[in-house]
Design a protein around this ligand. Structure first.
Ligand SMILES: Cc1cc2nc3c(=O)[nH]c(=O)nc-3n(C[C@H](O)[C@H](O)[C@H](O)COP(=O)(O)OP(=O)(O)OC[C@H]3O[C@@H](n4cnc5c(N)ncnc54)[C@H](O)[C@@H]3O)c2cc1C
Length: 317
């Protein structure tokens, strides 16, 4: 796993995260690029959403304090499609970059945006020293009735980001094909085209390692061998995960649902099953050659820390 040389940035994030300011003399080193991290070894990343309230902000700060000792390769911050978290995402990414030792990545979606809006967002990141962007299509909330956006697919955003700076660019990949795809083949083809122009992909969550290995194999057959990092969603409740899986077109396997049901009404027992299965999935993925793991943390640290410990993943000091 990537480790930044000691002394070049402050480590780790402290509880005073909210008030500390960056000392430019300590931060001469640029934020590392994710494709360079991947070229050296595994990338283990944690995904957060931008907090909308003071309480959510405090939760994220506490989570960061708890996760920094794991020395992740990168942390990423999601973007509300259509621009619903435009400022919040920007401010959260820039703040984590300036005030902690963590390498950051900003998510950006092209749906409902004009090219000029996207250009302004990307240039602002470039000028703030942000090096990593996850370029996505996005699904704006239907009730906002937003225009379709000038770039119709994520590949257009990859090209725009590439044209505006020396970024490391990630894209989304869908082990079970994207729900809007007419066929598996068409989704694989579009993913291959997009990944060929980007630097790496991160997948949507899934529960069967074979879905991931099949995705990687089909991209290879299409001539694309860039790193594909599996996205990991620890399951902490049956109702919650069924809802999420339905929304993004993942199959929630019956064997897994049955295991969770067998744990009954005891939330701690359900959680134990979820962590155990996530650990097994991660182990299979890493043993099978996955270039890292990307954890959807939902702004909490415990599940990620437990899986990390179960896997024996040592923070690199
Ligand atoms: C790791 C990860 C992080 C994410 N973070 C966010 C986030 O922060 N905010 C957010 O709103 N959403 C996020 N998403 C969800 C993502 O925005 C949705 O899944 C979205 O519906 C598709 O995004 P995409 O980048 O795959 O889009 P695209 O690559 O544009 O693909 C969308 C659909 O269009 C098809 N397609 C692609 N290119 C073409 C083409 N040239 N011609 C015809 N069809 C084409 C694809 O096969 C697919 O069916 C994330 C997803 C992942 C996996």
């Amino acid at each position: 796993m990537h480790s930044r040389p000691r002394g070049t940035r402050r480590t780790p994030v402290s509880p005073e995260y909210a008030t500390e300011r960056r000392d430019p003399t300590l931060y001469a080193e640029a934020v590392p690029k994710i494709h360079e991290i991947l070229a050296r070894g595994r990338s283990i990343s944690f995904e957060f959403f931008p907090p909308k309230t003071a309480e959510a902000q405090a939760t994220l700060e506490q989570t960061l304090v708890e996760l920094v000792p794991l020395n992740p390769s990168c942390v990423s911050v999601t973007y509300g499609a259509g621009g619903t978290t435009r400022e919040l995402t920007h401010d959260t990414v820039v703040r984590i970059t300036r005030e902690t030792s963590l390498t950051t990545m900003a998510h950006l979606t092209c749906a409902a945006h004009t090219r000029a809006e996207l250009t302004a967002i990307i240039e602002r990141y470039r000028d703030s020293g942000i090096e990593n962007i996850l370029a996505l299509g996005g699904d704006p909330p239907a009730d906002l009735d937003l225009p379709p956006g000038e770039l119709t697919h994520a590949i257009g955003l990859v090209r725009l980001v590439r044209s505006l700076g020396d970024f490391s660019i990630g894209v989304a990949a869908h082990p079970e094909p994207h729900p809007r795809s007419p066929s598996l083949e068409s989704d694989r083809r579009h993913t291959a085209e997009k990944l060929a122009e980007a630097d790496f992909a991160i997948t949507q969550f899934f529960f069967d390692a074979d879905h991931y290995f099949e995705l990687v194999a089909s991209l290879h057959r299409l001539g694309v061998d860039k790193p594909v990092i599996p996205g990991i969603m620890p399951v902490l409740s049956l109702a919650g995960i069924k809802r999420m899986a339905e929304l993004q077109g993942s199959e929630f396997p019956e064997w897994f649902a049955a295991k969770l049901r067998a744990a009954g009404d005891d939330p701690a027992a359900v959680r134990r099953v979820g962590i155990e299965e996530a650990t097994k999935l991660c182990r299979r993925l890493l043993d099978g050659g996955a270039p890292g793991l990307h954890f959807f943390t939902l702004n909490r640290s415990t599940a990620t820390r437990e899986i990390y410990a179960n896997l024996g993943l040592e923070p690199v000091g």
